[in-house]
Design a protein around this ligand. Structure first.
Ligand code: NAP
Length: 465
């Protein structure tokens, strides 16, 4: 089997890469396990220094890396370069703060010296998607390396160049061989790797189906998993909102990464008092986007990552229209069979439509009318997902009310949802479980160990838990 790197903007084949044969996978597993025993004993300052050097490389080479992402999966090059720079920021964040997050935490305890220690788990398998081919991997890698874990990456099949480049960068940052290795394997080979006793845990970012499959295998083996899955994030607009800013942000939040972001705003739930003005402005903003060559720095909307994804999105839009949804703009491809899909706005969407129930992974904004705040919250929570939410209101009581009432891992008020190394990132319900980023994310792949050392003169008995 081979992995093909294809430029989705043109359909041109960029390269073919043979899958790693079983003997090579075995060698990589053995190397990872061997390195893990030494890497965990490497002083944390040295591990952090390696991650800091990785930040320097990512920053210094962000233009080259951005171009690589754009060519391989089609995101506008300006965003791709920003992605590489954001990876550098995350590396620097963990290089600086990671040692503190991993430090022993003393617990006041009479007659004992007691503390909580954070030990690495060992070899962690990362199964990652193509949409942020560097960021998704780095946000796992940076904290994992500083914590003392080693990583194996099974990246999405359409981004083999990015996958191999990540391994090369880590080596150039001075990591010992085996700290990070890319496995060029198809998804049906993940089960075998995950079941291997040398693999301690897994993290997966991707679709519900992939998450469920990996979680079942890991569950059978009693291995820890973190799952970052899909989203159908609400973007609620109340009458007090700064409507111009809300509309401008709505267009950006829906079309970031050509609409292929788990935390892109997908359902625009608008109070009836401002509904018509919002819908007109939002559709105008979507129509006005500059569509074109993703390598052109002025392009705002490029192709989807593959022609297959555009086929799937078109089918979801068609089924939604058949169910009664109204196309306000876009909706049909003028270049069928390619990865290009137009900026689209749907309104009057009935509950039975895929646009109501499912994640639409592309530049399709779905606008809903809400009677009042309670109706907006009902609609926001009427989804099996719970990743992020954005709420637009200047009424102070409403701001906190919405933030607490929405079932999601993140709520932003008067801003679009973004990930940030300082804050935990993850979801509830079918959006997954566990967290990445911040100290919370870093500790996911650690053994949170309780240590109680009875000191001389301490009495025995009494404390039973
Ligand atoms: P995907 O098809 O689930 O693929 C993600 C990764 O999982 C790829 O490496 C894929 O490998 C692998 N995979 C797929 N099925 C598998 C299985 N049964 N067993 C083991 N591995 C499997 O998702 P995608 O289309 O690339 O990404 C889009 C989805 O990811 C969306 O739902 C999006 O919302 C979600 N996402 C979530 C977050 C988050 O942080 N919550 C971030 C980004 C994206 P192959 O490529 O070889 O199939």
């Amino acid at each position: 089997m081979t992995f093909t790197s294809t430029n989705p903007a043109t359909g041109e084949t960029l390269g073919e890469y043979p899958a790693h044969p079983p003997a090579q996978i075995e060698a990589k597993l053995a190397r990872a396990a061997d390195t893990a025993t030494r890497w965990r004993r490497t002083p944390i300052a040295e591990r952090a220094a390696m991650v800091a050097r990785l930040a320097e490389l990512l920053d210094a080479e962000k233009d080259r890396l951005g171009r690589m992402m754009t060519l391989e999966m089609g995101k506008p090059v300006r965003a791709a370069v920003e992605e590489a720079a954001k990876c550098a920021t995350a590396c620097r964040y963990y290089a600086e703060h990671g040692p503190r997050f991993m430090a022993d935490e003393p617990v006041p305890d009479p007659d004992h010296r007691s503390f909580i220690a954070y030990d690495p788990l060992g070899v962690v398998l990362a199964v990652m998607p193509w949409n942020f081919p560097f960021w998704q991997a780095i946000r796992f890698m940076a904290p994992a390396f500083v914590a003392g874990n080693v990583g194996l990456l099974k990246h999405a099949s359409n981004v083999p160049q990015c996958a191999m480049e990540l391994e090369a960068l880590v080596r150039r940052a001075g990591a010992p061989e085996g700290v990070f290795q890319t496995l060029l394997i198809p998804s049906d080979a993940v089960a075998g790797v995950l079941a291997d006793p040398r693999v301690a845990a897994a993290t997966l970012t991707g679709s519900e189906g992939a998450g469920s499959s990996v979680a079942s295998i890991a569950g059978k083996q009693l291995k820890k998993t973190v799952l970052e899955l899909g989203g159908s994030d609400p973007f609620i607009v109340m009458p007090s909102a700064d409507l111009d800013r809300a509309i401008e942000t709505a267009v950006r939040a829906r079309t970031i990464n050509n609409g292929q972001s788990c935390i892109a705003a997908k359902r625009f739930i608008v109070h009836t008092d401002v509904y018509d003005r919002f819908l007109d402005g939002f559709a105008a903003g979507m129509r006005a986007l500059k569509v074109g060559d993703p390598l052109d720095p002025s392009t705002q909307l490029g192709p989807l990552a593959t022609a297959k994804l555009a086929d799937e999105l078109e089918a979801q839009v068609r089924a939604s229209v058949e169910a009664g949804a109204r196309v306000v703009c876009g909706g049909t491809r003028d270049r069928p069979g390619t990865a290009w899909f137009p900026a689209t706005v749907l309104a009057d969407i009935p509950e039975r439509a895929p646009a109501f129930r499912d994640e639409l992974f592309g530049p399709v904004g779905c606008v809903f009318r809400a009677r009042d705040a309670a109706d907006a919250i009902r609609l926001a929570n009427a989804t099996r997902f719970g990743l992020g939410a954005s709420v637009w209101t200047t009424v102070a009581e409403e701001q906190e009310h919405f933030a607490r009432a929405i079932d999601s891992g993140t709520v932003f008020v008067n801003d679009m949802v973004v990930s940030d190394p300082r804050f935990p990132f993850g979801g509830v319900k079918a959006s997954g479980y566990g967290r990445e980023l911040s100290a919370v994310g870093m500790r996911e792949f650690t053994n949170v160990k309780t240590v109680r050392i009875r000191t001389a003169g301490g009495s025995h008995g009494g404390r039973t838990e």
